[in-house]
Design a protein around this ligand. Sequence first.
Ligand SMILES: Nc1ncnc2c1ncn2[C@@H]1O[C@H](COP(=O)(O)OP(=O)(O)OP(=O)(O)O)[C@@H](O)[C@H]1O
Length: 262
Amino acid sequence: MSDSPTDVVLDVDSLEKHFGGITAVDGASFGIERGEFTGLIGPNGAGKSTTFNCIAGTLSPSAGTVTFDDTDVTGMEPYQVANQGLVRTFQIARELSEMTVLENLMLAPPGQEGEKLWKAVTPGVRSGVVDQEYDVRERAWEMLEFFDIDHLAREQAGNLSGGQRKLLELARALMTEPEMLLLDEPFAGVNPTLQNKLVEHLHDLIDDGYTVLIVEHDMDVIMNNCERVIVMHQGQILADGTPADIKGDERVIDAYLGGDAE
Ligand SMILES: Nc1ncnc2c1ncn2[C@@H]1O[C@H](COP(=O)(O)OP(=O)(O)OP(=O)(O)O)[C@@H](O)[C@H]1O
């Protein structure tokens, strides 16, 4: 437990990321409290994805620090960040779409990071719950049941609808037993029924003590569900507060009504 009055689990301090002459993140600082459901919003190009990537280790920041659970994770590889309990969702790669849903849960997420991520959850690492193949299978079934997709266990992942695929991505991230989830546009391409279901599951996860940070373009979903909203604009934090605070913030209204809004 942190000894600060608020229990900050993720602390992003003066984060910067430059791509050549482009400044994608320009001194962003914010803290996320344990168990909080926070939305990160902002117009296109505001720097949200780059911030996510710098937190999750997919990109190395140009300056600033990222601290998770009192550990400095700045510049760590994604599997190392995941090993600390901070995990982002990965899209299901085409190669995995011919495998079943159950196999997808039991296998590495795609790509190099995924393979390393998987190694991070094999023998003895973190809780040790998934230290044998049997336990991995058991955990996979738990996840399928939690997300009500156990009836799809033997279905090829490629046959899932967009929404079911999002549930599978979330289930797969949870296989590593993280403390905090980073979700990048989890509702994109999801029909309203499954979107509601996904939102319910996210609330269940929050009730279970998970911390969730979500980047999402659907403002209604963010405003109706998140306890706190952080607004980025031109690489900086423009506003940070409750949905009610944010809705009434003149700077936010101006940023969204500007030429770079969707
Ligand atoms: N790999 C890269 N190389 C060069 N510029 C980049 C790179 N990644 C992002 N950028 C630039 O950095 C800025 C921030 O981009 P970023 O994708 O982080 O914004 P965003 O808020 O996630 O946008 P969107 O909502 O459209 O996904 C943009 O100007 C973008 O063009």
